[in-house]
Design a protein around this ligand. Structure first.
Ligand code: F0G
Length: 478
């Protein structure tokens, strides 16, 4: 039975509704022009696939995955402008226009005038470290990324981690959890002064959870390095995300543009290596950049041997165009705001479900604290890898272990390294998934967390490589 409408009530409603101005919700700063279907699977299918993959998610086929959070590297969606740039790439062997497009953009953003393209980030490390790192050297930094560490250790040098201690406590909320501890850095510089080719600062600090480094800290590192007469290098894979956090969290930067902040950040470095697969939003590419002529001249020779001629270094012209445009777009606030708010959205969902992760949420990923989510799995049975497998079985979501497996063995004692954190990284590709996907990820994790008491056994290693074992390791489920 309809009640007759009351005219007075309707007028009241109209009045209150027009007076109450609703705050508009946040939404993406782009719209979708092209889509790629993804496939769900059954649990029985996933049980068979992961067994076949020796319980190592790197060994899965991509079409066995529903939501792929293995990495944010090379997995982003390019914009229409970037695709347009691909069509007009100059593929000349030497002196291609695309190279100059890329070089000019990098110089405009970083202030570095010597640019050497490479096929990806680790290749830039290889080229530059071939010139700078010698046997017996020490390279202090903030949680060197594994390829960075690999390129140091394979030259029989030592990567010394000087990250602040706060980064080890996943529940501690500090705004710049990726910072270098100045005291630790000074100690290394004092003890090994003549054996240090440079200090390396990774922005953002991937291994510590995509955590940013403050401008203040970059300045301090520069001052300390100057006192000891040392160079400073940035591993700048996610420098734009770092700049975003500085704008939001550091006093004095709230009114500066991202590009202005980037420019200042790079004044504290002598050079940079970059994996462009992250913040330049390309599927492949990288470079090194510096103002030190001597570095450039030496690196050029290594670049030609390992990568290709100096104006393409392993990249095609179309890719260099896309890189230039991607860098331009991703040093604009709106693009970064959309991305980092999506990571924060997932974090908020996990908060609702009581799931522990490295706090505050980082720039490119959520790092779930596996030892807290699966408290009944012993460290010797790799809790984060176990959680990675459980999440895949639950919903076909592929994360990545950043923990005891990735830590490899101590090169001298050959013991497993259990001293760091044991995390499951959920890396969010740029401009790829919607918040609906984030909801699925959070719900799947909750289901695993809710049955944690039934998950008491992990995995054991059946076969492993000597270094970087996590890519190829074969595991047995216990
Ligand atoms: N530096 C950092 C901080 C990185 O995160 C990576 C790659 C590299 C260097 C090497 O760059 O892959 O282009 O050779 N990180 C990817 C990841 C693989 O999943 O975090 P690359």
């Amino acid at each position: 039975m309809h009640k007759p409408f009351k005219k007075k009530k309707i007028i009241e409603n109209i009045l209150t509704n027009t007076l109450r101005i609703m705050e508009l919700p946040f939404a993406e700063s782009w719209k979708i022009k092209m889509v790629e279907p993804i496939r769900k699977s059954t649990r029985a299918e996933r049980e068979a696939w992961i067994k076949e993959a020796h319980y190592n998610v790197f060994q899965l086929k991509a079409d066995q995955v529903y939501i792929d959070l293995l990495t944010d590297s090379g997995t982003g969606s390019m914009s229409d402008r970037q695709w347009a740039g691909m069509m007009v790439g100059d593929e000349s062997y030497a002196g291609a226009e695309s190279f100059f497009n890329m070089k000019n953009m990098i110089t405009a953003i970083t202030g570095f005038k010597h640019i050497l393209p490479t096929h990806q980030g680790r290749a830039a490390e290889n080229v530059l470290f071939s010139c700078l790192v010698k046997e017996g050297d020490f390279v202090p930094g903030n949680s060197h990324f594994d390829t960075t560490k690999g390129h140091i250790e394979s030259r029989k040098a030592f990567a010394i981690d000087c990250t602040i201690d706060e980064a080890k406590d996943t529940q501690l909320e500090v705004p710049f959890k990726g910072n270098v501890d100045p005291k630790k850095l000074e100690k290394v510089l004092t003890e090994h002064a003549d054996k240090i080719p440079f200090v390396i600062v990774t922005i953002t600090n991937n291994t510590a959870g995509g955590q940013p480094v403050s401008m203040q800290n970059l300045k301090e590192v520069r001052e300390i390095a100057n006192r000891f007469g040392k160079y400073v290098l940035f591993d700048a894979a996610r420098f734009a995300e770092n700049a975003y956090f500085i704008k939001l969290r550091e006093k004095g930067y709230e009114n500066k543009t991202i590009k202005e902040i980037c420019k200042e950040m790079f004044t504290y470095a002598d050079g940079m290596t970059m994996s462009a697969k992250k913040d330049a939003i390309v599927n492949m590419g990288g470079f090194m950049a510096t103002n030190i002529e001597k570095w450039y001249e030496e690196a050029k020779i290594k670049g030609i041997i390992y990568e290709g001629y100096v104006t393409y270094g392993g990249m095609s012209g179309r890719d260099m165009n896309a890189l230039a445009i991607g860098l331009d777009e991703n040093t604009e606030f709106d693009n970064l705001d959309t991305r980092i708010k999506q990571v924060a959205y997932l974090a908020k969902k996990l908060d609702e479900y009581g799931i522990y992760y490295q706090r505050p949420a980082g720039g490119h990923a959520i790092f779930v604290d596996a030892t807290k989510v699966l408290p009944f799995v012993k460290k010797e049975e790799f809790p984060a890898q176990t959680l990675t497998i459980e999440l895949y079985l639950e919903a076909g979501i592929r994360g990545c272990e950043i923990g005891y497996l990735l830590a490899d063995r101590d090169p001298i004692t050959r013991e497993n390294r259990f001293s760091g954190l044991d995390l499951l990284r959920l890396a969010i590709p740029r401009r790829v998934y919607t918040n609906n996907h984030m909801d699925v990820i959070a719900a799947a994790l909750k289901n695993v967390y809710d049955r944690r008491e039934t998950i008491t056994r992990g995995v054991k290693i059946a076969w492993e490589a000597e270094i970087m074992r996590h890519f190829t390791v074969k595991l047995k489920r216990l």
